[in-house]
Design a protein around this ligand. Structure first.
Ligand code: CA
Length: 637
């Protein structure tokens, strides 16, 4: 049989891993070792890399078996990658990509006089604050210009959340941060004694870490990080008041972008590990790059596993991230919030990236007033524009939500932020939620939400190891990508509870679950290994499917279905990683559902595992009805 080869345009991200058109740090690579169970394999690799290949280990992220290497001076990055990939113990090797801050327009920073700040505070800033619901402060403290919000919220807990700002640093001498006490202090570190007192691998990391100078000396020679940090804080207190209120949260600055606003992926990874391992509850990422880094993906998955909330700027090219992704915003890790920039009148900012599937939520990002590094004795304010300015307000709200409910996990915070956002028509069909953030509603909802004790497991899957061999036999669908745990109370037992069946998949695909799903279950603090998890129940069925691949219709048959995907056979040759549109008929042929999916495995070029994307509730409900009377396949563990 002659099979047609379909190239699927939406699989571009697969190819970006193989072409190094993106900028990267010369002479460096990032290696991830396989979890083979052979504890000696990594050491053997290190020895061989150093002795035979003349490589030098620069950083080790042992939790994820990820290692940052300098290669031999005589070698090229491409050549080193080709050679290292041959090692069976190596899971992947990649360049150390360069990323950039995410401000819009060049040199768009405008310094604002104290008089003008006061004027703005009484006018446009007040309007924005009222519309979006900030600042949200501890009641009983200095009165500000938005008392209504506080009155609605009532008593907050004494929990002080930590927001890591991975950026160009922070001017820790700026009045706003000094006076509000907002700067994170590492209580385990004695300043200036030249000793790593808390044994976290960093000497004198008193307020965070500076990956540019490799020291605990924190400053901001660019301004971006200080501006972003002020916006985080703005969610909690009025940063333009004099004096400012005590901060209800702490900012942990991690400087990895240099004075030009550029930095390396290896430093970003180190900063994410630092944030997670040193107690950050929220991580803001107002930066990005187009290079798909698997090791950055792994670091973000680590932050998800540890329950941290994660905001990322969607980017400022005015383009569609669904087709041209920007990382980290476009990774599929379930807790990532990809934030677009909106204007004061609730339009999408002209520069803001968008994307129906991959950009989540709007937040103000045009001419945003915030803190700017001090010059001499004068500590200033500036306006700046970009999705860089949109993401940190969401991070700040995430922190304020944690004060209401300190045990919330990152993806649950995301779920509430999405559910409580305000629909605005200008975002309709442009981004996933069609909505702009509403801080007051999100924080208020957090107060009443009972919290899930656990989160769906996210299994980090390096792109290069996706193969049919991993998929197992039988009816084994999507088991490698996302493994779900059905929440108690809303299980299959209730025939009309389709959301319960599909909720974790909805989560991992970036859609929000209805708040009542989040509110239905409780969470513990423990981080138990994710074993004994149940997957989507899978059912053997016989039905037909029509596939639309690049505009051409192809017929096939479905042999297995779950709320998360299907196993199908077709004469068309489909490409792994590609996205197809499917019309699936019910076993009796009387009904049809339409759903898109991504091909996650392939066997013998005729059998494919397709994982659903963006599953609508009606689709889940239909699948539920079709399979109601069937016995699920025996689960695999
Ligand atoms: Ca230390």
């Amino acid at each position: 049989m002659i099979k047609k080869v379909f190239l699927i345009t939406l699989s571009v991200f697969l190819f970006s891993a193989y072409s190094y058109a993106q900028e990267y740090v010369p002479g460096e690579v990032i290696v991830k070792m396989r979890n083979t169970g052979d504890s000696g394999s990594t050491n053997r690799f290190h020895q061989k890399a150093q002795a035979e290949n003349g490589m030098e280990l620069k950083q080790a992220f042992s939790e994820m078996k990820v290692y940052h290497y300098k290669i031999n001076d005589q070698d090229s990055v491409e050549n080193a990658i080709s050679n290292l990939e041959l090692d069976p113990d190596v899971e992947f090797v990649e360049p150390n990509y360069i990323v950039h801050k995410a401000t819009a327009f060049d040199n768009n920073v405008e310094h604002v006089s104290p008089e003008r700040v006061a004027e703005m505070r009484n006018n446009e800033l007040r309007d924005e604050a009222e519309a979006i619901g900030y600042p949200i402060r501890n009641p009983g403290q200095n009165s500000g210009n938005n008392k209504g919000v506080n009155q609605k919220l009532g008593a907050l807990s004494t929990f002080v959340p930590v927001v890591a700002v991975i950026d160009t640093g922070l001017d820790i001498n700026h009045d706003v941060f000094v006076d509000s006490g907002a700067i994170w202090q590492n209580s385990g570190e004695i300043p200036g004694n030249g000793i790593d007192d808390d044994g976290n691998g960093y000497i004198d990391d008193v307020n965070g870490w500076n990956y540019i100078t490799n020291s605990g000396f924190m400053h901001d020679d660019e301004g971006h990080g200080t501006h972003v940090s002020g916006i985080v804080l703005k969610a909690g207190i009025d940063i333009f008041a004099d004096p400012v209120d005590p901060s209800p949260m702490k900012i942990m600055p991690l400087k990895f972008l240099d004075h030009t606003g550029s930095g390396s992926t290896s430093a970003a990874i180190a900063a994410i590990y630092y944030a997670v391992n040193n107690g950050a509850n929220v991580i803001n990422n107002s930066w990005g790059g187009s290079g798909y880094s698997e090791s950055l993906h792994a670091a973000i998955a680590y932050s998800y596993d540890n329950g941290v909330a994660f905001t990322a700027a969607a980017g400022n090219a005015g383009t569609n991230n669904d087709g041209a992704p920007l990382y980290p915003a476009s990774y599929d890790v379930p807790h990532i919030m990809s934030i677009a920039a909106t204007t004061a009148t609730d339009y999408l900012a002209s520069f803001s990236n968008f994307g129906k599937s991959t950009v989540d939520l709007g937040s103000p990002g045009l001419y945003i007033l915030s803190t700017w590094p001090c010059s001499g004795s004068s500590c200033g304010h500036s306006t700046s524009s970009g999705t860089s300015m949109a993401a940190p307000l969401v991070a700040g709200f995430a922190a304020m939500m944690l004060i209401e409910a300190p045990t919330m996990l990152g993806y649950q915070i995301k779920s509430i932020l999405f559910g409580e956002s305000d629909y605005v028509s200008a975002l309709d069909n442009k981004i996933l939620t069609d909505s702009r953030i509403n801080g007051a509603s999100s924080v208020a909802f957090s107060k009443t939400a009972a919290i899930d004790p656990d989160q769906p497991a996210y299994t980090f899957v390096p792109l290069r190891s996706l193969s049919s061999a991993d998929s197992g036999g039988g009816c084994g669908l999507v088991k490698r990508m996302y493994e779900s745990k059905q929440p108690p109370k809303i299980g299959r037992g209730g025939a009309k509870a389709p959301v319960g069946i599909s909720w974790s998949l909805l989560m991992v695909l970036g859609l929000f679950a209805a708040p009542f799903v989040v509110a239905s279950v409780m969470r513990t603090q423990s981080k138990e290994p994710q074993v004994n998890r149940r997957k989507h129940e899978r059912f053997s069925i016989e039905s037909s499917v029509s596939l639309n691949v690049n505009g051409e219709n192809v017929k096939g048959s479905v042999s297995c279905i779950s709320a998360g995907g299907v196993q199908l056979s077709t004469g068309a040759l489909l490409e792994k990683g590609g996205v197809v549109k499917m019309v699936i008929s019910s076993p009796d042929g009387s009904e049809q559902i339409e759903v898109a999916g991504q091909i996650v495995w392939e066997k013998d070029k005729e059998s494919y595992g397709v994982q659903f994307k963006n599953v609508q509730e009606a689709v889940s409900s239909q699948i539920n009805e079709w399979t109601e009377s069937l016995e699920p396949e025996a689960s695999e563990s």
